[in-house]
Design a protein around this ligand. Sequence first.
Ligand code: TXA
Ligand code: MG
Length: 331
Amino acid sequence: MHTEVVAPNGESLALAKEILKRGGLVAFPTETVYGLGADARNDVAVASIFAVKGRPQDNPLIVHVHPEYDISTLVEEPKEYVKQMMHAFAPGPITFVLNSKGVVSPRVSCGLNTLAIRIPKSESALSFLRAVDMPVAAPSANKSKHTSPVTATHVYEDFQGEIPLILDGGRCVGGIESTVVDCTGDIPLILRAGIITAEDIRAVVGACEHAKSGGPVKSPGTKYKHYHPHCKTAMFAPEEVKKAVALATEWRKEGKTVVFLVTEATQAALTLLGEREFYPLGETPEAASRNAYYYLRKAEKEYGGLIAFSLPETEEYRGVMNRLKKACSNE
Ligand code: TXA
Ligand code: MG
């Protein structure tokens, strides 16, 4: 199959609609990461997402719609706090897990009676969703376990020859996946951290907690190995630069080239120890989120190993730190 990579325009969006209508897959940009979309009402199309990604059969998908789409056709009337959250954060990098009306394919939610809904805000995502005007089931557009894609090229590298169309909207500004929030209980419960934090949600609706790990897995996707680039990875605390250099030296003896994913402080410390190869993660939570996957994907092409450093244990860094930790371990 030929894979076309093209910017969203009248022609490519009409083609995207036609492909989805006949049960095919279309990759599209959002403000977080690229998605791999199918018509959420089409059983066979949804099944093919799992097949092409190599995705475990018990990891449900998010349904994407444009802001004018009537979500009351898909989910039960949400609680009052959800309406407030939607008013404050949607369209945006947040996903609401709600009680499903069961009108999309049961494969989308892997048999759960809930449905995850996301209304993205990037112009290119909105032009796509408005043009196709249907509920689009879409996971991140990467092979299962691989680093999520933040450019059309990343998507192409994983699915070249396997999908007909990638809409190229440039590099994603958010850089990590949406915050997934269980909105079926009395208070919002964060299942997957993202750019919108528990503090942001608390500021709007008063209460918000992170789902306890160790209990029943409420967001099945969070239990799998995730985000790994195709190179060696490791993570150290910023105080452990000497250990990091020792590991880099070991890897170099094995014939591998090594890059460090740094802040200004770790770069300064590593430079004193004679290191020269750096990717700048950035100095803010926003920058770190925007850059993390981008550099993980760059590292697998340019180096044999990447060494990262842990980020402050704050709510704002939680989303990106969660991804980096997994990418740099065997978790
Ligand atoms: O930013 C994003 O969320 C991106 C873009 C493309 O929108 N999508 C994305 O999809 O990250 P995916 O499939 O890579 O991750 C979906 C997450 C998984 O952790 C999954 O378990 C959870 O959402 N999820 C989906 N439906 C759920 C449900 N009904 N209940 C609980 N968790 C759900
Ligand atoms: Mg994913």
